[in-house]
Design a protein around this ligand. Structure first.
Ligand code: SF4
Length: 114
């Protein structure tokens, strides 16, 4: 599939726009945030879509549709834990608590994994 390559700056803009549009906050640690955005950049340039940087990919958009960022599991995870699986997007309440996102259970069903 042909797609225009994205730079880290493009991805930063995308992530910031999503967070503003949805009313979410971003991971508080700039280094970890950068690591996640690097992962999204690599995945976009590899697959042509924003495959979640914390999950294995099929490399096919149809099969990975549930984990294109922001994924189908983001809001339910935010409701239960205050942040998404990767810790990229936080609720305002979680962000204001000053806590750091922790490892949370994977909500994606095992049968949806490659
Ligand atoms: S877990 Fe977070 S970073 Fe990963 S796809 Fe979902 S919203 Fe994006």
């Amino acid at each position: 599939m042909k797609h225009k390559r994205k730079t880290k700056e493009d991805v930063k803009l995308f992530v910031e726009q999503v967070s503003v549009h949805k009313g979410w906050k971003l991971h508080p640690d700039p280094l970890f945030l950068d690591y996640l955005m690097e992962g999204l950049t690599v995945n976009y340039n590899r697959y042509g879509y924003f495959q979640c940087p914390c999950r294995d990919s099929w490399g096919e958009r149809e099969k990975d549709g549930d984990i294109v960022c922001p994924c189908d599991y983001c809001v339910p995870d935010q409701s239960d834990y205050g942040h998404c699986f990767c810790g990229l997007f936080l609720t305002v309440a979680f962000s204001e608590s000053g806590k750091i996102p922790q490892s949370i259970p994977e909500r994606r069903p095992p049968e949806r994994y490659p």
